[in-house]
Design a protein around this ligand. Structure first.
Ligand SMILES: C[S@@+](CC[C@H](N)C(=O)[O-])C[C@H]1O[C@@H](n2cnc3c(N)ncnc32)[C@H](O)[C@@H]1O
Length: 186
């Protein structure tokens, strides 16, 4: 069977499953899925996760979008985090994560659609982080509205819901995005 063409020709592939590939290139790690060579994550985004997610994770945490698992690993390292459930749509993304990482015993990775999981689960959470998109636009905001509304029903008292803020988002979406989270800035 013909392989999906490689986009980052200069990178060294360090993990691969189906059309999902992880590259090491000049000290950064990239997660790409084909055939549209979607670039989902770059390891240097850890700095942004540290700034945005900060010390909010605690207790039982839920995350949508595994990617390279940079944020998962960050959440698991936060003090007071007892468990993390990550929902990831693409089984190959889960496979490459497992090729590159030992899964923490507190970490449950479920392959599926994040919104479906939130609507169906009987679990409740103290912290939720949604990061299943590449850009913030009208469609993403609509999706996030559904996630936040469903998420509030399984949020423990005093819990917090957050989503990835892309600093390159056009200004027109900024208020709408932050208003989803009670206007709270990240
Ligand atoms: C931007 S990446 C997440 C990056 C991740 N936070 C990290 O630290 O590397 C988005 C991920 O969400 C996944 N995804 C997209 N739509 C999804 C959905 N509806 N439910 C669950 N995962 C989804 C993608 O396959 C991709 O792995």
């Amino acid at each position: 069977m013909a392989r999906t063409p490689i986009y980052f020709l200069d990178g060294k592939i360090i993990a691969e499953s189906g059309d999902v590939r992880v590259y090491d290139f000049e000290g950064d790690v990239y997660l790409e899925s084909g055939p549209g060579h979607v670039l989902w994550t770059i390891s240097r985004e850890l700095v942004a996760y540290e700034g945005q997610v900060a010390r909010h994770p605690r207790g039982a945490c839920l995350e949508v979008g595994l990617g390279l698992g940079i944020c998962s690993n960050y959440i698991l390292n936060c003090a007071g985090v007892e468990a993390l459930t990550t929902i990831e749509l693409n089984p190959d993304v889960v496979k490459v994560y497992k090729q590159l990482n030992d899964v923490d015993e507190r970490h449950t990775i479920i392959c599926g659609n994040g919104l479906d999981y939130i609507i169906q689960t009987r679990e409740t959470f103290d912290f939720m982080f949604f990061d299943f998109y590449i850009v913030i636009d009208e469609d993403t905001i609509d999706d996030l509205k559904a996630y936040v509304s469903a998420g509030r029903r399984i949020l423990n008292e005093g819990g917090k819901i957050m989503a990835w803020w892309d600093e390159f988002t056009p200004d027109e979406f900024k208020d709408e995005f932050f208003n989803l989270f009670d206007g709270e800035g990240i």
